[in-house]
Design a binder for this molecule. Structure first.
Ligand SMILES: Nc1ncnc2c1ncn2[C@@H]1O[C@H](COP(=O)(O)OP(=O)(O)OP(=O)(O)O)[C@@H](O)[C@H]1O
Ligand SMILES: [Mg+2]
Length: 263
């Protein structure tokens, strides 16, 4: 055997010995961390009450569920069931009385405002757009508040106008002049402009006719296919069923059912 062939294995063995094998504890910790990160939303035993004239009114009694990164999930339930309350808790707009909420493995109460705004986008029923700004300015606005580079903002605005079918000079039109469906598409474009990990929607099609509802849903589906986790509240059970996605039903202050489509 040559000198080279006898030396190589020795070096390899020495190198191998220097690397300490990972401890079982370290392996477990990394597995737990990975699982927590893959779980975009983890809600554990959340309760929330509000003061009503006759005493506290319990909106959520004991809500637990998780949503994996990239999932598209509907939350439905009767009026007053607590759907908007759940979204407000996920938006950090209100705090649970008990229980905890983790986003991407981090307790929501530990995230500062800036971290939170980067992670989460929100679409409301009442078309959350700025009427006096143009369509393009509406999309650029959240990126400017996050101090993105102007050139990147321009590129992202152009991309979103295209994706959301808001071109043909609409980029120069004041948002006040858009139709209902166009306004809601613009609201979604604004909410995802900064590429949040999670998009929360509260009745995003509540004011729209069936055809426009379908086109907005197609847009949300597209957002989800590009990797954003989407959690969409609707009182419209048929819409949730039609989309063939996972549906959580809130009833009596808990998750009453968790199915694909409607059970
Ligand atoms: N800020 C508040 N102050 C007092 N009560 C509240 C408040 N927010 C919600 N509630 C009450 O909590 C309950 C749940 O309200 P929530 O808005 O979450 O219902 P919802 O499922 O979104 O209903 P809808 O389908 O009509 O939008 C209701 O009884 C409501 O009156
Ligand atoms: Mg509501």
């Amino acid at each position: 055997m040559s000198a080279v062939s006898t030396k190589r294995p020795t070096v390899a063995v020495r190198r191998k010995r220097r690397v300490a094998p990972p401890s079982v504890r370290a392996l477990l910790a990394s597995t737990v961390q990975r699982a927590a990160a893959e779980q975009m939303i983890l809600v554990q035993h959340v309760a929330k009450s509000f003061e009503a004239g006759s005493g506290p009114r319990r909106a959520l009694r004991d809500v637990s569920f998780s949503v994996t990164a990239g999932e598209f999930v509907f939350i439905t339930g009767k009026t007053g069931a607590g759907k908007t309350t759940m979204l407000r808790l996920l938006r950090s707009d209100a705090r649970p009385d008990s229980g905890r909420i983790l986003l991407g493995g981090q307790d929501i109460s530990d995230l500062d405002q800036k971290q939170f705004r980067r992670k989460v986008g929100f679409v409301a029923q009442d078309f959350d757009v700025l009427d006096r700004l143009t369509v393009a300015e509406n999309i650029a606005y959240p990126l400017e508040t996050l101090r993105e580079h102007p050139r990147r903002i321009q590129a992202r605005v152009r991309e979103l106008l295209e994706i959301f079918d808001l071109t043909h000079s609409k980029d120069r039109l004041a948002a006040a002049n858009l139709s209902g469906g166009e306004r809601q598409r613009l609201a979604i474009a604004r909410a995802i402009a900064h590429r949040p990990d999670l998009l929360l929607c509260d009745e995003p099609t509540g004011n729209l006719d069936a055809r426009t509802t379908f086109s907005v849903m197609r847009m949300l589906n597209r957002v989800s296919m590009q990797g954003t986790t989407v959690l969409c509240v609707t009182h419209d059970e048929h819409l949730a069923a039609m989309m063939g996605k996972r549906v959580l039903v809130i009833g009596d202050g808990v998750i009453a059912s968790d199915t694909i489509g409607l059970a």
